[in-house]
Design a protein around this ligand. Structure first.
Ligand SMILES: [Zn+2]
Length: 173
């Protein structure tokens, strides 16, 4: 990495730290706004360790455009999930460049007040889904990609379906 890149990354991080800070959240640590953030504001790039495979504890990992995973460093590694998020991850997409840069940025998708927690939708695949406790009005019940919600195996729901299915009605399972 060139000196210039290092310097610009440090400047990005310094700017980010004027906007957000990690602090205790409902679950573990979260990322909170230090000042009012406008909707559609690019807060900064997600820096961290790029791995080819999911590490043992994948809870902090973010998928990169190439399919590799990024384990972000603080403070953005502490971004928590919500089914009703106020931020999102994105990468610059240029149709003239066939494979996008393996870099992710964080931007707000609505205005955020000082002290408010920054939340993203993790959109995890169904096989990685865990129970969601975000408490938002449109909570999906699981931390999972909305497109894969129907694939989540819910033990409680399975039991209820078994109970309400009349005996002998088609194939079980
Ligand atoms: Zn939720």
């Amino acid at each position: 990495m060139s000196h210039d890149t290092l310097a610009s990354r440090r400047a990005d991080r310094d700017r980010l730290l004027t906007l957000v800070q990690p602090a205790p959240a409902l679950v573990g640590t979260g990322v909170f706004a230090k000042r009012r953030l406008k909707s559609g504001m690019v807060l900064g790039e997600i820096f961290g360790q790029v791995c080819d495979e999911h590490p043992a504890d994948p809870s902090y990992c973010m998928e990169l455009p190439s399919g590799k995973v990024l384990e972000p460093s603080a403070p953005l590694r502490f971004l928590n999930h919500s089914c009703d998020p106020n931020c999102e991850l994105f990468y610059w997409f240029d149709e003239d460049i066939p494979s996008p840069d393996d870099r992710l940025w964080l931007q707000t998708i609505r205005g955020i007040e000082p002290g408010e927690e920054l939340l993203i939708d993790y959109c995890w695949p169904a096989d990685a889904a865990i129970r969601c406790q975000c408490g938002s009005a449109n909570c999906r019940g699981w931390v999972v990609d909305p497109d894969e919600l129907h694939l989540v195996k819910d033990p409680d729901q399975c039991r209820e379906e078994t109970r309400s299915t009349p005996p002998g009605d088609g194939d079980a399972g």
